[in-house]
Design a protein around this ligand. Structure first.
Ligand code: ZN
Length: 254
């Protein structure tokens, strides 16, 4: 059946990739090591992403192509080999110049809910926008070996949310053997929590231990930025992430 969306996307993907955009990608080592075919595919995804999403500068930030491309490229890396619909629930991407403060409802230990005003580098709202701090979105891509990447983190949350729940488990295709995927993922999270308790050094930072959803987001940052170390430290988790994303970034860095 004819689909206007598919037709429009096909045309967008076939567009030549602007030289200035290409230069921007060169500043993002997290993208290095992709094959020529993967680079071409990524460029097509960036074209569609930039055309379809509404990028809005907030807090005085003036929106420009470089910002869109840096965000689109890193978001596109996650879905490079997935069956996907361009994060279809994300219509807008709001970008602040730097850390932004936000009122959030927080459930406290006694069960009451309080509004807290917190600083954020990024947020992914279920069914809503992704909000990012531009300096950290850019630095996250520029420094690709510290396991900290706000764009990957927030868009990993968006993949997790695709099945309607934010539980660290994105929709899993049957060939991934979902029950064992979940078992290995949960075991890795518990292992991480035990390591923190015992003050054992661990690749994944403490924030990853706060919930399965954060563990998936932080594991995704490490999967793309420090794949070799993650594979060494958490081989089962690495294999499950590689199976989910259908990518093997450790091989790209070998
Ligand atoms: Zn998070």
């Amino acid at each position: 059946m004819f689909s206007w969306t598919a037709w429009r996307r096909k045309r967008l993907r076939a567009r030549p990739f602007p030289l200035a955009w290409q230069e921007t990608l060169g500043f993002l080592p997290v993208l290095h090591g992709l094959s020529t075919e993967e680079q071409r595919k990524l460029q097509g995804l960036i074209h569609v992403f930039v055309a379809e999403k509404s990028f809005e500068g907030c807090g005085g930030l003036e929106m420009r192509d470089k910002i869109k491309v840096v965000i689109a490229a890193q978001a596109a890396l996650l879905i490079l080999h997935l069956h996907h619909d361009f994060y279809h629930r994300v219509n807008s991407i709001l970008v602040y110049p730097s850390t932004f403060r936000h009122n959030m409802m927080h459930r406290q230990g006694d069960g009451t809910v309080a509004a807290v005003n917190q600083s954020h580098l990024g947020e992914a709202w279920p069914g809503g926008p992704v909000i990012l701090a531009w300096d950290s979105a850019y630095q996250g891509g520029r420094r690709a070996d510290d396991g900290q990447n706000t764009v990957i983190h927030e868009f990993a949350h968006k993949l997790d949310m695709l099945d309607g729940t934010t539980d660290g488990i994105p929709p899993l295709a049957q060939d991934l053997d979902p029950p064992s995927w979940r078992t290995d993922f949960t075991a890795a999270l518990e292992n991480h929590q035990r390591a923190l308790k015992a003050k054992r050094p661990h690749l994944i930072d403490a924030y990853g231990a706060t919930s399965p959803a954060e563990f998936f987001a932080v594991a995704s940052e490490n999967f793309f930025e420090r794949p070799v170390a993650l594979k060494q430290e958490e081989p089962a988790l690495y294999q499950r992430m590689a199976a989910f994303f259908r990518q093997d970034p450790a091989r790209r860095q070998a």
